[in-house]
Design a protein around this ligand. Structure first.
Ligand code: C2E
Ligand code: CA
Ligand code: CA
Length: 612
């Protein structure tokens, strides 16, 4: 009977081991059976290596390190294994399998049993000792428990390692797909998500959009306020953009001050999609009309935004991003608006622009591709009193290209200074030729157009003077034409430069007059000589009452300031007649002559002199 009881005890204890691979759970299962079958009060486990409350496989025999791991029921303060240290010595040191103590007063027994290489288990019992025979039954059980504990610890260790590795991988993943500064998805993740969204939208017929946003003048902020402020600004912008969009939309930072937003499933048709995006653009615009905090600074920040709605034919995710970028670039360089929707023309424009810029760089090194044409200026009775030099670019592949197209490109790409130098030098050389040929007394002046880029150069005046000197032409026969936009900047400086030129004999005309915003007062400060009425006001002046009123006013203004006035772009006899009626004195336009090559101009001037 006793034998059967022992076998069943052994069986039940054995069964409770290793049911759960988790160490603590397994020990709890085992302990429950122990307590029930052996009539214990509590069971305590002490392990050789315990870190942060978890058992660890011991790698040294650092016995002093033995620590409490678990008590069931939960250990109370008074219940410290008071004989633990001698138990450790006896069991782990002397190699005894078990060791027990008895408190006679309380009639309390504690049995310490070895868990080989792992630690000690303490059984706590009252009143009746545990039969020796039970310990024999327990011996194989403890062996099994030890092995299972080892397995559990290893298993747990493995789980920890896997967990840690997963975390590390996640961190690396995050770094690989996110921008470190703002935590936003980076280009890779963005393109990935856009590619998926694009094919989804193609399948389901929903439209989405990509916004390409660039912070205007970010470089200036970065350079003047420092990179730390620049970084803070970027972080704030990232937060703002994220707060504006829905959770299903993706805000990403591509690089530097470039952000993109992908809006998925915004509408079922193009016009609704445009409306939806327009309202987002309005929102962005509203938010950015307030100053933005970057560290200790409050900054006014504007964005240039390009938009592409997708799907767009077979355009790939790369194409879509490129289109949005193209539209943004257009906003940045040309448009007065803050955002633009992409259309095919933009891409064609940009491609042509980039090609022209490249070719213009070649032309600057081979200036024979440039030519100066001359357009004569006449008095009402046909005397040629001057001429304007107008540049042409004879592009070897594309033919003649208008300055209206390539001058803005030259100005933006830094090529204008070289081109301006060439113009000045060529005009002086031509003037020199003209003088040599015997220029008529009625011919006063050759004018060149000066770009704001040239005018704002510190060495503008000395460099102009040195060319005049080099070609030994009389400075009073050279004039410069400036547009109002050149003059609007810093009045004091502008007045100084124009005065300096005037002292040297070089006169200044204001070009395209009426299209800028020069105030009367402003105009009266400037030591200029001539106003050129913009051809837009000359157009149909005989029938257009508005234009006539404007020209009339400009004439009155010019006369009161004792300025010369030239009407530009006179195309017809009617326009000429009307201007003559308004007592305009000087004319330039197709009605008289188109801009012509130098040789033709030379011939014309000589004949004109004969006529007069
Ligand atoms: P702009 O200075 O206002 O020059 C007058 C423009 O009007 C010239 O165009 C001229 O050919 C054109 N034009 C003259 N008469 C008529 C007319 O009766 N009807 C019409 N429709 N047009 C007329 P162009 O030569 O194409 O030059 C365009 C602009 O390019 C110039 O406008 C000027 O701003 C700029 N430009 C030309 N040459 C130079 C240059 O050497 N340097 C700089 N910085 N700019 C230049
Ligand atoms: Ca001009
Ligand atoms: Ca003009």
């Amino acid at each position: 009977m006793k034998a059967i009881q022992l076998i069943s005890l052994q069986h039940e204890l054995g069964m409770s081991i290793g049911l759960d691979l988790h160490l603590q759970t397994m020990l709890k299962e085992f302990t429950k059976v122990c307590i029930r079958q052996l009539g214990l009060v509590s069971v305590h486990y002490y392990f050789l290596q315990v870190e942060d409350g978890d058992a660890v496989l011991p790698n040294t025999d650092d016995k002093a390190k033995i620590r409490h791991l678990l008590s069931i029921p939960k250990k109370s303060e008074s219940d410290q294994g008071y004989e633990l240290s001698s138990a450790i010595n006896k069991i782990l040191g002397d190699g005894n399998k078990h060791f027990s103590t008895r408190n006679k007063e309380t009639d309390e027994y504690i049995y310490y049993l070895a868990l080989d290489n792992i630690g000690i288990i303490a059984l706590h019992k009252f009143h009746t000792p545990i039969d020796d025979i039970i310990f024999e039954v327990l011996t194989p059980i403890l062996k099994k428990l030890t092995i299972s504990c080892q397995a559990s610890i290893e298993h747990q260790h493995l789980l920890h390692a896997i967990e840690a590795r997963k975390k590390a991988e996640e961190a690396i993943n995050h770094l690989a797909f996110h921008d470190e500064l703002t935590g936003l998805p980076n280009r890779r993740l963005f393109m990935d998500s856009l590619t998926k969204e694009l094919s989804r939208s193609q399948r389901h017929g929903f439209l989405g959009a990509v916004l390409f946003l660039d912070v205007n003048r970010f470089k200036v902020i970065n350079d003047t306020l420092g990179h730390a402020t620049g970084d803070q600004l970027l972080m704030t912008i990232a937060e703002i953009l994220t707060s504006i969009v829905r959770t299903e939309d993706t805000v990403a930072r591509l690089s530097g001050d470039e952000f993109v937003i992908q809006f998925s499933r915004i509408a079922g048709n193009y016009s609704d999609a445009r409306k939806a995006i327009q309202s987002v653009l309005d929102k962005i615009h509203r938010v950015f009309s307030e100053p933005i905090r970057a560290g200790e600074h409050l900054l006014h920040v504007t964005l240039s935004v390009g938009v592409e709605i997708y799907p767009n034919g077979n355009a790939s995710a790369d194409d879509i991003l490129h289109h949005a970028d193209t539209a943004m670039y257009q906003v940045k360089t040309h448009s007065s608006s803050v955002s633009l929707f992409y259309d095919k023309q933009l891409s064609a424009d940009l491609t042509l622009r980039l090609a022209l810029e490249k070719e213009l760089r070649v032309a600057v090194k081979n200036p024979e591709q440039f030519e100066l044409l001359y357009q004569p200026q006449y008095t009402a009775n046909g005397i040629c009193t001057g001429a304007e030099a107008l540049i042409r670019w004879n592009n070897p592949d594309r033919g003649v290209i208008s300055p209206a197209i390539f001058i803005p490109i030259a100005e933006e790409s830094g090529l204008m200074l070289a081109i301006g130098q060439w113009v000045t030098r060529q005009a002086c050389e031509d003037l020199e030729g003209l003088i040599k040929k015997g220029v008529p007394k009625t011919f006063n002046k050759l004018s060149i157009n000066v770009s704001p880029v040239q005018f704002s150069q510190e060495n503008f005046v000395p460099s102009l003077l040195s060319i005049i000197k080099e070609k030994s032409v009389p400075p009073e026969m050279l004039g410069i034409e400036l547009t109002e936009s050149t003059l609007i900047k810093n009045i004091g400086e502008v007045v100084d430069i124009i005065s300096e030129l005037r002292e040297q004999g070089i006169t200044t005309s204001i070009d395209d007059f009426g299209t800028g915003y020069s105030s009367l007062q402003y105009l009266s400060c400037l030591p200029i000589e001539t106003l050129k009425i913009d051809q837009a006001f000359v157009r149909n002046i005989h029938s257009d009452i508005g234009n006539r009123a404007i020209v009339d006013a400009i004439m009155a203004l010019g006369n009161s300031l004792e300025l010369n006035i030239i009407a530009e772009g006179v195309e017809t006899g009617e326009e000429f007649a009307c201007l003559k009626n308004l007592e305009c004195k000087h004319y330039q336009g197709y009605f008289f002559d188109r801009p012509m090559p130098y040789d033709n101009f030379l011939t014309l001037i000589c004949n004109n002199s004969v006529l007069s």
